[in-house]
Design a protein around this ligand. Structure first.
Ligand code: PEP
Ligand code: MG
Length: 901
């Protein structure tokens, strides 16, 4: 054992580590140590820590003391094995393998057979029973792997030389090359090595070892490893550990071999052993697919003793890790060796099923089961899926804006979508981008495809709200609405042609790809009884969701604007509405009334228009209050600028010009055009919207407040219970809220009378100034709801409608952020605003109700943040309600953060 100061300890014998030391020893090293200490047959070896790698990468040289520690551990290994590295008579050979904290399959380097040279190759042959062929083959593999990974010799040159050797022999099969051929190949390889490196292949085993270790350190910063880390959100500064392991050989004859196995089916979670075995081969042959593997069960026939021992070890590992394990093993002449184990990756379905099984088997409790699944997996299980059995070729790729799989006939207008849907056809609504007028078409369509816009574009937000598949920003598609067609990659797709879109990957396919519905959604919808079904997945989801509900502190509400959405969200477990947007209530048939309101020349005309809108609005709210009986419903007063309800300027100008040319009466259109021009804003997102509208247009908010209060009273009089919360958007200063509130309170008092209805008045916190003056605003607000879409937009100064599709790729590439801040809350910046507002709001008004209703309310990571900050609820689109419930439960049990990856 090496005695050095603990902080300078860079090398650990396998016997010194354990599975909890992944940060220090990497996943592979920690688990090899764990297996060693369990008494399992692991080839002896040692691990060089991630700390040594970090020090090397920081300074460009090995840290002081590392060389000596390696020496000491190597000597101990040699003593234990009774062999010396590179001994000409009886050499010890080692493999040098990378192994980071998080698994990064195939991203970093491995060098096998270190310790072979011109002399020890003979000793290896003796060890292997005068097997010259095996020894020379091992040597040529070392030169090839070492040359390529350590010295950057182009791999093709070795491949080419191997092909030449086979051609000379008249064969295609490596196994036909005999010892003499391989000896010749070693000579050729050495020449290739010398040509590219300007030096001979190193014969000194310790030098081979040191250079291989250094190459593994450096492979942490290989381009592909950097890309992989970025994609998987693995921190860049962790570094990799290096494992130096005694070589064992699966290619010593028919009584040797190598394999991989899972302790349960990683696809479905079903119990049983799953694996592949390849006789007379090394691990790299399995990966290279040189020969076909056989199912692991075959091993029982080939080598029953090893098979039984393997099964026994797998059962022990599962019991020990209390989870699905995957393993790699080698059999060398009938002796089984364990080369790796780890808690195995699995599909989303298997994650739930296995967690449920392990609870049944008494291995874990329900908290642990909840910890082991996550919202992203649940979300995956809720989408219909494409059965991509045979190859379908994607013709375009946009942003996966709202997940799911949908196929249907292409239509280009909302009206056509409604028409064809009424005939029972599936349709995909294709637009350059959608606007609020497309709502009916979006409802009628199976899916929505746009050529512009990001994840928070109109199409994306509305589609997610409806749980409808949407691909946005597929900019290879050129949409031509008047011609009813789009072009993509030289092809033309016309109205009625069928396309399929995948809202998870953003891929667009021509033709119909078959789709399977989600059984998990059927369960949430109530059409699959978890107590009666024999569907293991549904039973597991039910059990874990029930536990999440019991554990969570955050309430989960939904964003819903219609009775139908509200009803669905309740089935999915929503405990109220956190955001009822009122703008769609001003569209369709009511557009004409809104135009009258905008064009009103006198108070009387405006009052008339508002009076006509009032009963329609009241009915909207009655429906929603009924569906949400007894649960809180936050209704937000109208937010978008009013000109959004008028026709676009260019279109109107053309219509007016054409009509004037024809001598038609265009007085009304001219008035509209003048209004649109008057209301035009350079930056409408920062313009006359939200509370500002309420302050500028007399009677507008008052009409909405009255409609809400009257609806609540009507529902209560009918024996129901309505709990309305009126929310004022875009407030930046307490005075704005006070003004609106004073007017609202008068109306409420007048309408509510002694009906017993209580109406709360609160505000959105979505302008940075509101967050920073939350202490003042809380004096006038009975609740806050964080509008994280606008708070992100204004916090970063990013246009939420444009940037994701425009330049976020560069920000992601540069690592400025790992994920769009519109998708997952930016804890340091926007999150800080939320923290400040929560703290100062509650300090001013203890018990102030706090929620969030931006898109982040249904994002798994963000839900954990909102739990930490102490909000009372999150609100999200109906389809994300189960995800938010699950993550709120996980947040409640995970005080130290999640480790599941
Ligand atoms: C928000 O800004 O986060 C919000 C919920 O409001 P909207 O998306 O309607 O602007
Ligand atoms: Mg907003």
């Amino acid at each position: 054992m090496v005695t050095t100061h603990e902080t300078d300890k860079f090398v650990y014998d396998f016997a010194e580590g354990n599975k909890d030391l992944k940060d220090l020893l990497g996943g592979k090293g920690a688990n090899l140590a764990e297996m060693t200490n369990l008494g399992l047959p692991v080839p002896p070896g040692f691990t060089i820590t991630t700390g040594a790698c970090q020090a090397y990468l920081a300074t460009g040289r090995e840290p002081d003391g590392l060389a000596g520690q390696i020496e000491a551990h190597l000597e101990a290994l040699e003593r234990a094995m009774g062999r010396r590295l590179g001994d000409p008579q009886d050499p010890l050979l080692v493999s040098v393998r990378s192994g980071a904290r998080f698994s990064m399959p195939g991203m970093m380097e491995t060098v096998l057979n270190v310790g072979l040279n011109d002399r020890s190759v003979v000793g290896l042959s003796d060890q292997a029973g005068q097997n010259d062929r095996f020894a020379w083959d091992s040597y040529r593999r070392l030169i090839q792997m070492f040359g390529k990974t350590v010295c950057e010799v182009p791999g093709e040159e070795f491949e080419h030389a191997l092909d030449e050797a086979k051609r000379a022999k008249g064969t295609h099969d490596d196994l036909d090359l005999d010892a003499d051929d391989l000896r010749g190949l070693v000579e050729t390889y050495k020449k290739i090595f010398a040509k590219h490196t300007g030096r001979e292949f190193p014969q000194e085993p310790r030098e081979q070892l040191d250079l291989a270790i250094r190459a593994v350190f450096e492979s942490w910063n290989a381009e592909r490893a950097i890309l992989y880390r970025r994609q998987e959100r693995i921190p860049a500064d962790l570094g990799t550990a290096v494992n130096v392991v005694t070589m064992v050989f699966g290619n010593l004859g028919p009584d040797s071999g190598t394999g991989v196995a899972f302790t349960r089916d990683p696809g479905s979670g079903a119990q049983g052993i799953y694996g592949d075995y390849l006789a007379n081969a090394q691990g790299e042959d399995v990966v290279a697919g040189i020969r076909n593997t056989v199912p692991l069960q075959e091993l029982e026939r080939l080598d029953k003793t090893s098979y039984d021992q393997l099964l026994d070890i797998m059962a022990r590992l599962e019991g020990h890790y209390q989870d699905l394990c995957d393993i790699e093993f080698t059999i060398e002449r009938g002796k089984l060796w364990m080369l790796q184990t780890r808690v195995g990756k699995r599909t989303a379905a298997a994650a739930f099923v296995i967690a449920g099984q392990l609870v049944d088997e008494g291995l874990i409790d329900l908290d642990e089961a909840l910890h082991r699944v996550n919202g992203a997996q649940l979300a995956q299980l809720m989408f219909p899926r494409f059965q991509l059995d045979h190859e379908f070729e994607a013709v375009a790729r946009g942003i996966g804006a709202s997940p799911g799989a949908a196929s249907g006939a292409v239509v280009f207008t909302s009206a056509r979508a409604v028409e064809l849907a009424a005939e029972g056809k599936s349709v995909i609504l294709v637009r350059r981008e959608t606007n609020p007028d497309d709502l009916n078409g979006m409802i009628a369509a199976q899916g929505i495809l746009t050529s512009r816009g990001g994840k928070t574009s109109h199409a994306a937000v509305v589609a997610r709200g409806m749980g409808k598949t949407c691909v946005s920003g597929a900019d290879e598609i050129e949409v031509n609405v008047p011609a009813k067609r789009f072009n993509v990659g030289g092809r033309t797709v016309s109205e009625g042609d069928v396309v399929s879109i995948d809202g998870t990957t953003g891929k667009v396919y021509l033709g119909e790809v078959p789709v399977t519905p989600s059984e998990v959604v059927q369960y949430f919808e109530g059409s699959l009884d978890p107590e009666r079904t024999d569907d293991a997945l549904v039973r597991a989801v039910h059990r874990i969701m029930t536990h999440a509900d019991a554990r969570r502190r955050l309430a989960v509400r939904t964003n819903a604007d219609t009775g139908a959405d509200a009803a669905r969200a309740r089935r999915f477990g929503a405990e109220g509405i956190g955001l009822c947007r009122t703008e769609h209530m001003f569209l369709g048939d009511r557009r004409e009334l809104v135009e009258r309101l905008i064009l009103a020349a006198t108070d009387a005309e405006r009052t008339d228009a508002l009076a006509a809108l009032l009963p329609l609005q009241r009915q909207d709210f009655v429906e929603i209050f009924r569906e949400m009986a007894g649960l809180p419903v936050t209704v937000r007063l109208i937010d978008p600028p009013l000109h959004e309800f008028l026709p676009p300027l260019e279109q109107l100008a053309v219509n007016v010009a054409v009509a004037q040319e024809r001598g038609e009466d265009v007085a009304k259109e001219e008035a509209l055009l003048a209004a649109v021009r008057r209301m035009h804003e350079e930056n409408p997102m920062l313009g006359l919207r939200g509370v500002r509208l309420g302050l500028v247009i007399p009677g507008l908010f008052a009409m909405q407040v009255r409609a809400i209060a009257e609806a609540a009273v009507a529902v209560t009089r009918d024996g129901g219970t309505a709990c309305p919360e009126i929310m004022v958007p875009l407030v930046g200063a307490v005075q704005e809220l006070e003004t609106v509130r004073a007017e609202a309170e008068k109306i409420i008092a007048e309408v509510v009378g002694d009906s017993g209805v209580e109406v709360l008045i609160g505000t959105m916190i979505e302008v940075p100034r509101a967050a920073l003056t939350a202490g003042q605003i809380a004096e006038a607000a009975q609740f806050f709801s964080f509008g994280t879409n606008d708070l992100t937009q204004m916090g970063w100064g990013f246009s939420r409608d444009d940037v994701e599709g425009a330049f976020f790729w560069r920000y992601l590439e540069l690592g400025i952020f790992g994920i769009s801040p519109f998708e997952s809350i930016d804890r340091d910046g926007v999150g800080r605003l939320i923290r400040i507002a929560a703290e100062e709001g509650r300090a001013a008004r203890p018990g102030l109700k706090l929620g969030v209703c931006g898109e982040h309310g249904g994002d798994p990571d963000s839900v954990h943040f909102f739990h930490e900050v102490g909000l009372d609820y999150v609100s999200c689109s109906p389809f994300r309600v189960p995800v938010a419930r699950l993550e709120a439960g996980r947040a409640a049990i995970e005080t130290t953060g999640s480790d599941s990856r």
